[in-house]
Design a protein around this ligand. Structure first.
Ligand code: ADP
Length: 411
């Protein structure tokens, strides 16, 4: 890697595109921004450069390509050094199915494989491919790398990822547990190993990524051995608007007894449940904490269920790990909510967890560190940094320069 190499990191959603130009050595973002409401009348881009925030409207119905064009014309053209230091483009890709257990340089076979996995992530994978195409047109000279949310969990053993359904559903249709948030779990587990002075391939971690989406992973010897999300991100923990685990019999009940359509069931479980559904107030943890402090019973109940369910998963992950070096909290809630951490750990005294209340209160707004007492298993708060992982993976896969200045493709 050259000293001044930078990576353009792209995270394409169905109607958004997050971008950042990241130094893969330090993780520092030189520019970061987001294109929002893509494909709609009010599509727009916001970005930050040198502490300044700038916003610009895009033409109506603008798509991912328009955001990348604005990045080229309005941001990079004004600072040619930004372009001269770019060595690669790293894409977050949600689903790599069973085809990808690592990040890869993108070529035709890789784009075909990402397209084949679209059945498993129908909103996200096509958006990532739109980003690959647009970035390839704007920066034809730069190698592109795909970093998959599912890849880290490909190390799960079969008994953790096969559902107790007819085996033919797995064999013929790929129906199994895949897990998500792999980039985040990988980052915090590696950082925890550093903080604990342990080799990554020897560390045992339970990492809880708690944002609007939430998942928890058991990591043994640096490898994911179980995770709470499944075929889709709906399985597992209580989330902002997702239910997490429910009795599958609920689906028949809703469909047959209450006449819900498939779309209504989908919306109910993904968009109307979780913290929002229970509280009947908000999916936002901060807002719920404030409401709970003023006695809002829905908010109190939502936070109680969130913490209880999370604590049960943490305890369950002692089964694949037996020995846990640290429990890690990350994501917007995990990094900032001392209340959630306190409530979760109160459920875990049976496993010897004891919180240090002062350290717990101080660990927020990007602060990293331990929040446990001396007589407790380690509990760490580690702000996640998925962009840094993507930048590092992309920089590491850049084909080496030849003496004549040409680069060699590894594909
Ligand atoms: P996403 O999954 O969209 O990336 P984030 O990781 O940004 O989500 O997490 C968003 C969640 O973090 C929201 O529920 C928000 O209320 C919560 N959060 C952020 N800051 C705090 C805070 N200081 N206290 C409690 N919750 C917080």
């Amino acid at each position: 890697m050259q000293n001044s190499s930078h990576v353009l990191v792209l995270n394409c959603g169905s109607s958004s595109l997050k971008f950042a130009i990241v130094d893969p050595r330090s993780g520092r973002a030189l520019v970061s921004g987001i294109g929002e409401a893509l494909g709609q009348a009010d599509s727009r881009v916001k970005w930050k450069r040198n502490g300044e925030s700038i916003a610009k409207n895009l033409p109506a119905q603008a798509k991912h390509g328009a955001v990348i064009q604005l990045l080229v014309d309005e941001i990079i053209a004004r600072e040619p050094s930004l372009k001269s230091h770019l060595v690669a483009i790293g894409h977050r890709v949600v689903h790599g199915g069973e085809k990808f257990s690592h990040s890869v340089l993108i070529n035709q076979a890789v784009t075909d494989a990402i397209r084949e996995c679209s059945a498993l992530a129908p909103l996200h994978n096509p958006a990532a491919l739109a980003g690959v195409e647009a970035a390839g047109s704007a920066f034809p000279e730069l190698p592109q790398v795909a970093v998959f949310d599912t890849a880290f969990h490909q190390s799960m053993p079969r008994h953790a990822y096969i559902y107790a359904l007819p085996y033919s559903l797995y064999r013929d249709h790929g129906i199994r547990r895949y897990g998500m948030h792999g980039t985040s779990h990988r980052y915090v587990a590696a950082r925890a190993a550093e903080l604990l002075n342990l080799a990554f391939n020897e560390v045992n971690i339970i990492s809880a990524h708690l944002g609007n989406g939430a998942s928890i992973t058991a990591i043994r010897n640096g490898k994911s051995v179980d995770t709470s999300m499944g075929l889709t991100p709906l399985e597992g923990l209580v989330m902002g608007t997702r239910s997490g685990d429910v009795d599958p019999g609920l689906l028949m009940h809703l469909g047959c007894r209450l006449d819900y359509s498939v779309k209504q069931i989908n919306d109910l479980l993904n968009k109307e449940s979780g913290l929002l559904g229970i509280s009947e107030l908000s999916n936002d943890c901060r807002e719920l904490e404030q409401a709970a402090a003023h006695g809002h019973s829905g908010a109190v109940l939502a936070l109680e269920i969130f913490c209880y369910r999370l604590a049960k998963y943490i305890a369950a992950y002692y089964v694949p790990l037996t020995d846990v070096d640290a429990l890690v909290f990350t994501g917007g809630i995990g990094e900032n909510s001392s209340l959630i951490r306190e409530k979760v750990l109160a459920h875990l005294q049976c496993l010897g967890y004891h919180l240090d209340p002062e350290k717990n209160l101080l660990a927020r707004f990007g602060e990293e560190g331990g929040i446990h007492r001396d007589n407790s298993p380690a509990v760490l708060v580690i702000p996640t940094n998925e962009e840094w992982v993507i930048a590092r993976d992309a920089a590491a896969l850049v084909p080496p320069e030849q003496p004549n200045g040409d680069s060699v493709s590894r594909e």
